[in-house]
Design a binder for this molecule. Sequence first.
Ligand code: GP9
Ligand code: MN
Length: 640
Amino acid sequence: MQQDSGIWSRMRLKFGHEVRSTYREHKLFWIATILIWLKTYLAYMFFFDVPVTNSAQAFILLINPISSALFMFAFSFFFRGNAQKWFIYGTLFVATLILYADIIFFRFFNDYLTLPVLFQTSNAETVSASLTSLLTWKDLLIVGDLIALPFFLRKIDMSKAVASRGRAILAFVSAAVVFLGNLTLAETERPELLTRAFDRELLVKNIGTFNFHMYDALIQSKTSAQKAMADSSELSDVQNFVGTKHAAPNPAMFGKYEGKNVIVVSFESAQSFAVGMKSTNGEYITPNLNKLIEESHYWENFYHNTGQGKTSDAEFILENSLYPLGRGAAFFTNAENEFRATPEMLKEDGYYSAVFHANNKSFWNRDVVYNNFGVDRFFSETDYELGNPDDMTEWGLLDDAFFEQSLPMLKDLPRPFYSKFLTLTNHYPFEMPKPEHELVPPLETSSTTLNHYVQALAYQDMALGKFIDGLKADGTWDDTIFILYGDHYGISTNHNAAMAELLEKDELTAYDVAQLQRVPFVIHLPGQKKGKTHDDVSSQIDIKPTLLHLLGKDYKDEIMFGTDLFSKQHKDYALFRDGSVITDEIVYTQETCFDRETGEELAAADSALCKESTKTSEKELGLSDQVIYGDLLRFLQRTN
Ligand code: GP9
Ligand code: MN
């Protein structure tokens, strides 16, 4: 006992001595470690807008940058002299760049950067167009030291700094100890943190940005291995699951529109809250969509299921009725998989398929993916007259010009056709190029983004109206199933305060945020004059099964996670990519259970309902991921 405490106190003394002498001899190591710690913390405070609800979370947030900072600078002890100095500066430089990239990405997408998204280099060009509007003076908090430091560094002479393997080990061990402590705290705060990888916000909040990137890299290598190791037996689990979900077609609708053309419009960033809403001058924001709804089937409780892949995720869901991925965009990570996408399936029935999008063909890897999906013709930027740059948004051609130029191309397509139009005008930052493009006045909330959003949406709506008129004029309308869906939210949670003002609420609850994920969904059937508004809880995953049944295509042998919205067996259900679940009774989101009708938080006893739904929903997301990561559809035996 005596001896034990002797050893302990000697170790303590030695440790204290080492830390003191590292401080004396390696001041720069400490300065850099503290700088990265501080900058990451400042980024949490000023840029990432990380929600903190209790003091334990605040503490975790404060300490989570330490382990990675110690870890990255620990390598400097392998260098001696001025090499040590420049290694530290170089590491600080690279780490800062990563942090800054995270910040800019977050500003744009309100999400954290992952490896698959990072390698989508073809996006960089288009994103850089909006870059200037994404930089602010506050950014100097993050990058300012990089500019200032070299002046000091030149004066600091480190020619006598020694390399020390012992100190490197000490720093690595300290990093590991701090990390384990951090992780234990985080796991107590949020059990199963690492297994539920699809919630990036929770991860960053708990283990810090740099550790999150390392974790992401590990996952990435795991998914590559998954495909190599997957075998056909995994498919049967998935088949059983989707088999039990399958909803039999409604005999009154099945095959009723066999052989009709199909037009699908992806309505950029359109959210249901704006449908039927008026701007400050009393005029409707989306008069044309409102009119379309009056004469079509409309689902008012229809949600998006998209993740990081945004528009491309919505397309992925539309064409496959699979969930998008929790990290990255399937359009990039799994572009070459075997799929049974709608264009390919309809080809069996003599359909010709085309996509119209006035943007670069390789953006979001679309050219590669469409080819794999069986799309016959992709009309992209080079097929359009781009005209005067003043008449374009940062994202390309305005939607009215896009539709106007597309109409003759559509008319020339072999029939029947399956076509998709991707609109663009209503895209962040929602600024219209000229005052004459502003069809309604801006809103008057505290968020300029939200205020301009309705103007961009109004323009997109005007373009939609003209497009429908054009289709009616050339006779296509009567022979076509016309589908419109909002691809994903346009107004992120960064604008919750302004959104609360608009919706006349004190503040938005997690329930409100979930309800804001509703996007418009319309099906106009050939010859339809009278509309019908459905209140079923539904989501993008249901579009494909609904369409296939209308066209008389039985999909029992295929792998699809959605169900036909006209089927009498369709259940009220929407599952978000972050694991939130909505049924006829509940809204489960942000780990809280709400009554769907009233928005009241449910008492613990009642929230058993939520637990039940999360079990199946996590399984569902997991199986859908398995299909994609394991490329399981290559094992599908087809009966036809
Ligand atoms: C542009 C389209 C829009 O081609 O993908 O981008 P997103 O809505 O995904 O940011
Ligand atoms: Mn989009």
